[in-house]
Design a protein around this ligand. Structure first.
Ligand SMILES: Cc1ncc(C[n+]2csc(CCOP(=O)(O)OP(=O)(O)O)c2C)c(N)n1
Ligand code: SF4
Length: 342
């Protein structure tokens, strides 16, 4: 190695160092571009190295992500990214393993795999790009599509009630659950950083626009004119306020055992507003449902973060260490009754 290259190796990495020379093959205007740029901007600030970072994906437009990251990457098979990423993390716990999946890849064919990665507390950072449609295969409805969605596979409108990815992740016992949106260039790095810092499975839903097959499906949440009324930015220990002048808030109603939107004034004070506690699972479960009814904002940021201690890899490695020298595989195979097949 000459002096020049040694000096270059010691330079801090820049966003461009995380970009590849691959032609990006997403439709012009797709929300995936903004997410990619944001990840390339965030990684240098996290001080990570390219050789210790891996992006694992399944199949879908979103799953093309690893091609465009100048790190290690694996574009795997439909729905199986969590399983392959789990294997990777077990083989080399020093790697930072990110999983990129879509609402179809992660919640249809891959729902089963995603669920188990979440519950096992594998130290993966899982990003689910939710455009509420199958983009790659030309717009069939997905598990997150709104009821009534007209698509090539539901020409008269879908009849299935939709799945909420955040509620799914909480239900699967994920210890870290967050949400952000492709239009939020300042918010996305904050959420990616929190996910990266978390020890254990971190699940992030990214609301993403598919400009071709489901354009504006998140418009109500993202439109600049109405975003303040439709987004609730969560901060641990802070009251849940929203609206242009923070004039609205979320209050817990013990009579209905649910959260409700209130306007401050006329007897409603700051002390009535629910304070966000990201370690509370019941609160996260209620906050996850916000946005399902008219007038409710969609929660952004970290809904839940409750470190569980040991990760899956640590538990497995601990078990391997304690089992060493006890019984060989041969002993186990020959234990109990055996048969000879002739
Ligand atoms: C085993 C298998 N079944 C079905 C497909 C077809 N297929 C490819 S991508 C996809 C869905 C992708 O949707 P999503 O995960 O939402 O990603 P997006 O393209 O919207 O980013 C499907 C059904 C496949 N490639 N392999
Ligand atoms: S089909 Fe949709 S999700 Fe896929 S690249 Fe085009 S705009 Fe993006």
């Amino acid at each position: 190695m000459n002096d020049m290259s040694a000096a270059k190796m010691n330079e801090p990495l820049k966003p461009a160092d995380f970009a590849t020379d691959q032609e990006v093959r997403w439709c012009p205007g797709c929300g995936d571009y903004a997410i990619l740029k944001c990840m390339q901007r965030t990684l240098p600030d996290l001080g990570v190295t390219r050789e210790n970072t891996v992006f694992v994906s399944g199949i879908g437009c979103s799953s093309r992500f690893p091609y465009y990251m100048n790190t290690y990457g694996f574009h795997t098979i439909h729905g199986r990214a969590p399983a392959i990423a789990t294997g990777l993390k077990l083989a080399n716990n020093d790697l930072d393993v990110w999983v990129v999946t879509g609402d179809g890849d992660g919640l249809s064919i891959g729902g089963n795999h995603l669920m188990h990665a979440l519950r096992r507390n594998v130290d993966l950072k899982i990003l689910l790009f939710n455009n509420k449609i199958y983009g790659l295969t030309k717009g069939q409805y997905s598990p997150t599509s709104d009821i009534g969605t007209r698509s090539p596979s539901t020409p008269d409108g879908s009849i299935d009630p939709s799945l909420d990815p955040i509620s799914f992740a909480l239900g699967a016992n994920a210890p870290f659950v967050a949400r952000t949106v492709d239009t939020a260039q300042k918010h996305m790095p904050i959420v990616f950083t929190r996910a990266h810092q978390f020890k254990g499975t971190a699940f992030v839903e990214i609301l993403q626009n598919c400009i071709v097959y489901n354009d504006d499906v998140w418009a109500k949440v993202t439109d600049k004119a109405s975003a303040a009324d439709n987004q609730l930015h969560l901060e641990h220990g802070k009251p849940m306020l929203f609206g242009k002048d923070n004039e609205k808030g979320i209050r817990f109603n013990p009579a209905t055992f649910s959260l409700e939107v209130v306007t401050l004034g006329n007897g409603v004070d700051l002390e009535h507003i629910q304070v966000h506690d990201e370690t509370s699972l019941p609160l996260a479960q209620m906050v996850a449902r916000l946005g399902h009814k008219d007038g409710e904002p969609v929660a952004m940021g970290v809904l839940y973060a409750a470190p569980r201690g040991e990760t899956y890899t640590e538990a497995v490695l601990g078990r391997v260490a304690s089992a060493k020298g006890r019984r060989s595989l041969q002993d186990i195979m020959k234990a109990g009754e055996t048969w000879v097949v002739e």
